[in-house]
Write a protein that binds this ligand. Structure first.
Ligand code: BDR
Ligand code: CA
Length: 280
């Protein structure tokens, strides 16, 4: 089984927390750290939520690094309408923050110094942290083995506007700056086109509930708001859980990729739109 060194860049958030749980439970993963970006909730609450999840899983040794508290250019808009006021279905209201006294740039730099071309960076929130790293140290991101991103939408309806997916919509300038980088390692983009098919069905959720184990109970509890949101917003039963797909696909490849050039619209009605041009 392939061993993966990973760093997760998260805005936890319900599905980010599920992705983190999956990464911790998957034995071939060595999690070098979790960086936090403002997105679903602000980075302070995100760091508290990551602390809660990692402590719940007895993973006190995994460093949490707090990053950008707002988008590069435009005002910050959270997604508490989807994730709850606390980002975890209004069930946890985590209060402890054990993020370390380091910034994202120096954390990434020391990680790639130690393990050049060996780390998978999984970016599951707005790309603000990655863009700031690229601005401060062009070329640093190319020292990762690969970058896998949940973001964007190509042929289906967006979740913030007809063409806008939340992560790119929240900080379109960061996404644009990221994709403008000349020097990137292999980069994989998981758009809503594919993550929409990752549905936690009512049956599966009920099965999780019936397991009556603490972790299963936790997953059941923090998905409640998501379920209610999906019902209210689109009359769907169950909930779409985008972010864990990136972790699952690294674990057990199941998504097919096509080479493409991506640009991002930064303003107007098309804010956050990912324009995908396939390449031969
Ligand atoms: C993405 O936005 C967030 O709400 C989710 O955590 C996911 O990363 C889906 O558009
Ligand atoms: Ca996310």
């Amino acid at each position: 089984m392939t061993h993966h060194k990973v760093i997760l860049d998260l805005d936890p958030g319900i599905d980010d927390s599920l992705a983190l749980i999956l990464a911790v439970m998957a034995t071939p993963f060595e999690i070098l750290g979790v960086s936090i970006v403002s997105g679903n909730v602000d980075s302070d609450q995100g760091a508290r939520n990551a602390t809660y999840v990692l402590d719940f899983l007895n993973q006190h040794q995994i460093p949490i690094i707090k990053g950008a508290d707002r988008p590069l250019v435009i005002p910050y808009q959270d997604a508490r309408d989807t994730h709850g006021q606390d980002g975890l279905s209004n069930q946890i209201f985590a209060s402890e923050d054990r993020s370390c006294d380091q910034d994202v740039l120096s954390f990434y730099r020391s990680a790639v110094d130690h393990f050049p071309q060996s780390i998978s960076l999984l970016a599951l929130g707005p790309l603000t942290n990655l863009a700031q790293v690229a601005q401060a140290d062009p070329g640093l991101l190319s020292r990762f083995k690969e970058i896998r991103i949940m973001g964007g939408v190509h042929t289906v309806q967006g979740n913030c506007s007809p063409v806008g997916e939340y992560n790119f919509w929240c900080d379109p300038h960061a996404a644009q700056l990221f994709f403008d980088q000349a020097d990137l390692p292999p980069t994989y983009l998981y758009t809503l086109d594919v993550t929409y098919s990752i549905l936690m069905t009512p049956n599966l959720r009920e099965y999780i509930h019936q397991l009556r184990r603490p972790l299963a109970q936790f997953v059941w509890t923090i998905t409640q708001f998501y379920v209610d949101f999906h019902w209210q917003a689109e009359r769907t039963l169950g909930c779409v859980i985008n972010d864990p797909l990136v972790v699952a696909d690294l674990l057990e490849p199941m998504v097919t990729f096509k080479p493409a050039h991506v640009t991002i619209q930064t303003q107007g009605d098309c804010r956050g739109q990912s324009c995908v041009t396939y390449q031969p």
